[in-house]
Ligand binder design. Structure first.
Ligand code: SAH
Ligand code: SF4
Length: 368
């Protein structure tokens, strides 16, 4: 596009069917044109309204006059030897987030951000240390998929989506649900809802709200500790929703949906990986219809408080848990040399970067 349309115009990218219908109604157009636009935006990935050939020409020029269609753009990418790609996405409305594309045995998984930064301040998490900047809109969430789809590594096959990037998805509930609708709509991205997983630090009321949605992503709960003493220290949100309250929400989720879920457990040497921790972890995991993912800690730059559990101990813990009838797997971090592991989406461009002054993310994400 020759020049950028003014920000004051509605950004059509990210509007769902109801939002598009409202826009077209206000433009004096028939509602089915909104559905055509929906398909162009999310199914066909054509963002230029002048190419929306099944809409009348006059309507297309009215759209061009009254709206804009803007998603972000990938302004940096780092690729690891194993094919993991980390993309830094400059958002159309300002700021930047990261999207990680992991490819494992031919299967691609996209790790999406839902907020710029995060307010929950978990001690082991780089995003938590950034603090909270703002929520992403639905278009900014699904835009990460559209941009990644254009990356060679995603291929044409089916892929999974995990909401495990920057931010706490249940703190941005409405936008995340709208994004989920855009992703699963057959006229949108057409993804199966079984391929989408939402990871939460444990907002109990929102987990229960999610359980009542007619359709919802799979659930992953970041447990990370087995006593309130340890969890309070690692994850301040535990003071509001302690383990018993969180487990109650997990029970509600399983009961209302009939679905199992996943516990995630980041292993931190000397903090949550003792034999007593593992025994408690087994008791908790077995008491729910839950799988358990052990996540090796990805050291956070400048953060000396935590060390990863040794590889041999990690394997021993996995084997012990399996022997105690827990369905357990280790999620080895991939792409660490690209700083690309899910859950450690460092926005770490330093002042030497040519673009460091643009947007607000670099200032917040800069290494201390
Ligand atoms: N806010 C959500 C989703 C984003 S974090 C949540 O907390 O679940 C996604 C996952 O990454 C969480 O399980 C979190 O515990 C984990 N994580 C955060 N920092 C990490 C690190 N430095 N190394 C390994 N995993 C980390
Ligand atoms: Fe936020 Fe999740 Fe990081 Fe905690 S682990 S600070 S909830 S992104």
């Amino acid at each position: 596009m020759p020049s950028r349309p003014p920000r004051s115009r509605t950004n059509l990218y990210g509007l769902g069917r109801p939002g598009l219908r409202r826009f077209f109604e206000e433009a004096g157009a028939a509602p089915y044109h909104a559905d055509q636009a929906f398909r162009w935006l999310y199914r066909l990935d054509r963002l230029d309204p002048s190419a929306w050939t099944d809409l009348p020409l006059a309507l297309r020029s009215r759209i061009l006059d009254g709206a804009r269609v803007e998603e972000g753009s990938i302004d940096d990418r780092a690729e690891a030897a194993d094919g993991t790609v980390k993309c830094r996405i400059a958002l159309a409305e300002g700021d930047a987030v990261e999207t990680v594309l992991l490819v494992q045995s031919g299967r691609a998984t996209l790790c999406l951000s839902t907020q710029v930064g995060c307010a929950l301040g978990c001690r082991f998490c780089l995003t938590g240390r950034m603090g909270f900047l703002r929520n992403l809109g639905p278009g900014e969430i699904v835009g990460q998929v559209a941009l990644a789809k254009r990356e060679r590594a995603l291929g044409d096959g089916p892929f999974n989506v995990v909401l495990m990037g920057m931010g706490e998805p249940l703190r941005n509930y409405d936008a995340v649900i709208e994004a989920f609708r855009l992703l699963t709509d057959p006229e949108g991205f057409g993804l199966s809802h079984r391929r989408i997983t939402l990871s939460t630090a444990g907002l109990a009321p929102e987990i229960e709200r999610l359980a009542r949605e007619p359709r919802r992503p799979r659930l992953a709960v970041s447990l990370n500790a087995t006593t309130d003493g340890i969890r309070d220290r690692l994850m301040p949100i535990n003071r509001r929703f302690p383990i018993a309250r969180l487990r109650e929400a997990c029970r509600v989720f399983a009961r209302e949906t009939g679905d199992g879920f996943t516990f995630e457990y980041v292993l931190l040497a000397g903090v949550n990986d003792s034999d007593a921790d593992i025994a408690r972890l087994a008791r908790i995991a077995r008491a729910h219809p839950a799988k358990l993912n052990l996540i090796p800690f990805n050291p956070v730059p400048g953060q000396l408080d935590f060390r990863p559990t040794a590889r041999e101990r990690t394997i021993e813990i996995r084997d012990r848990l399996a022997a105690m009838d827990v369905r357990v797997a280790i999620r080895w971090s991939r792409g660490t040399e690209a700083r690309a592991a899910c859950g450690q989406l460092a926005v770490e461009r330093g002042p030497s970067s040519p673009r460091a002054g643009r947007g607000s993310a670099p200032a917040h994400g800069r290494r201390p």
